[in-house]
Write a protein that binds this ligand. Structure first.
Ligand code: NAD
Ligand code: UFG
Length: 337
């Protein structure tokens, strides 16, 4: 079975490619490298000890995609390609709608042209907005608080419409909670551009001495210690969820929407403590004001993933911090070696 992985050079994509190849799938990575390095591909090749097929192309470009489908018989697509910076999406909404929404529509169009109708899409817990209660179930109301989130909601809707128009499609929408950590080898991991927006890479860069201190965005939320609570999930567990979805795809007779989270909420300060323990380094922090658009608490009810996909998170906060530290300490400048 040959799987096209859009965005396969990125953080979650690269980890998924490793598992796919280890499980015996044929893989073709399609990426425009707007937020990834060729070095991630070389590292993946080192882990699996063989070359991988990579096509540099843009999901918005029909000809780039057609060239792939002309040359290869693709059985399914795992669609990671997209832009993901919430703040940038507020500044540049059209860039996000073009890349994420238009790009996904073009991808589906070309897939249909070549009779490839199986797709797993990277959605996000951000589609729940500020949930009225936690844990979050898949049938909770959907609401976007920024253009990035709206782009994910729009693609979910587009894929549902595609299914209504043609029931031969097999579609899974995976709503990720907060992916963190890295491959156990420490050779691939998250390599954000510039100053990290997300908590884990910021903590890791502080521990390694690249940042002076972490700003904790708010300590007056209605949570256990006043800091924001999230459902952190090890990226390798997350990657496994895609394999489980792929194995079961053919049995699905409607669009499946599934939360991929560990189902546990940890506060910012709990993450700091866990990272200090795993790294043996101090993570200095200062309390700062709340970040606009943040919510107090977000964690999944992951029971549907278990029921439908036979999947659950197996790696806990200690493994997330251990592997995140392993990657950061071995690659203090990420892939810019
Ligand atoms: P990433 O930026 O590391 O990976 C995305 C990849 O897509 C990059 O390699 C980038 O170069 C590529 N890409 C972007 N636009 C493209 C285009 N037009 N054509 C071809 N390639 C393109 O991000 P990630 O963290 O691995 O996220 C993967 C997916 O999961 C994204 O769709 C993201 O929105 C979604 N997601 C991520 C998180 C998270 O916190 N990391 C949470 C929820 C959902
Ligand atoms: N935080 C800090 N300091 C920082 C960074 C983050 O205190 O420097 C706090 C935030 O306020 C929040 C928690 O750490 O309470 C987690 O923040 P992240 O930015 O790591 O993650 P978010 O939950 O805000 O958002 C992430 C992705 C979104 C995605 C969402 C749900 O960035 O794209 O998870 O999947 F939509």
């Amino acid at each position: 079975m040959k799987v096209l992985v859009t965005g396969g050079a990125g953080y979650i994509g690269s980890h998924t490619v490793v598992l796919l190849i280890e499980a015996g799938y044929e893989v073709l990575v399609f990426d425009n490298f707007c937020n990834a390095s060729r070095e991630s591909i070389r590292r993946v090749e080192k882990i699996i000890n063989k070359p991988i097929e990579v096509v540099e192309g843009d999901i918005r470009n029909r000809e780039d995609l057609r060239a792939v489908f002309e040359k290869h018989k693709i059985d399914a697509v795992i669609h990671f390609a997209g832009l993901k910076a919430v703040g940038e999406s507020v500044e540049l909404p059209l860039k996000y709608y073009d890349n994420n929404v238009n790009g996904s529509a073009v991808l589906c169009e070309v897939m249909a042209e070549y009779n490839c109708k199986s797709i797993i899409f990277s959605s996000s817990a951000t589609v729940y907005g500020d949930p009225h209660t936690t844990p979050i179930l898949e049938n909770f109301p959907l609401f976007a608080t920024n253009p990035y989130g709206r782009s994910k909601l729009m693609v979910e809707e587009i894929l549902r419409d595609v299914y209504v128009s043609d029931n031969e499609w097999k579609i899974v929408l995976l709503r990720y909670f907060n992916p963190v950590g890295a491959h156990a080898s420490g050779t691939i991991g998250e390599d954000p551009n510039g100053i990290p927006n997300n908590l884990m890479p910021f903590i890791a860069q502080t521990a390694v001495g690249k940042r002076e201190y972490l700003s904790v965005f708010g300590d007056d939320y209605d949570t256990k210690d006043g800091t924001g609570v999230r459902d952190y999930i090890h990226v390798v567990d997350l990657a496994k969820g895609h394999l489980n979805a792929l194995e079961r795809l053919e049995n699905f007779s409607e669009v499946m929407t599934v939360n991929l989270g560990a189902g546990k909420g940890y506060s910012v300060l709990e993450m700091v403590t866990a990272f200090e323990k795993a790294s043996g380094k101090k993570v200095p922090y200062k309390i700062a004001s709340r970040r606009a658009g943040d919510i107090a608490t977000c964690f999944a009810d992951p029971s549907y993933a278990k029921e439908l996909l036979g999947w659950e998170a197996t790696l806990g906060i200690d493994e997330m911090c251990r592997d995140g530290w392993h990657w950061q300490s071995q690659n203090p400048s990420g892939y810019n070696i």
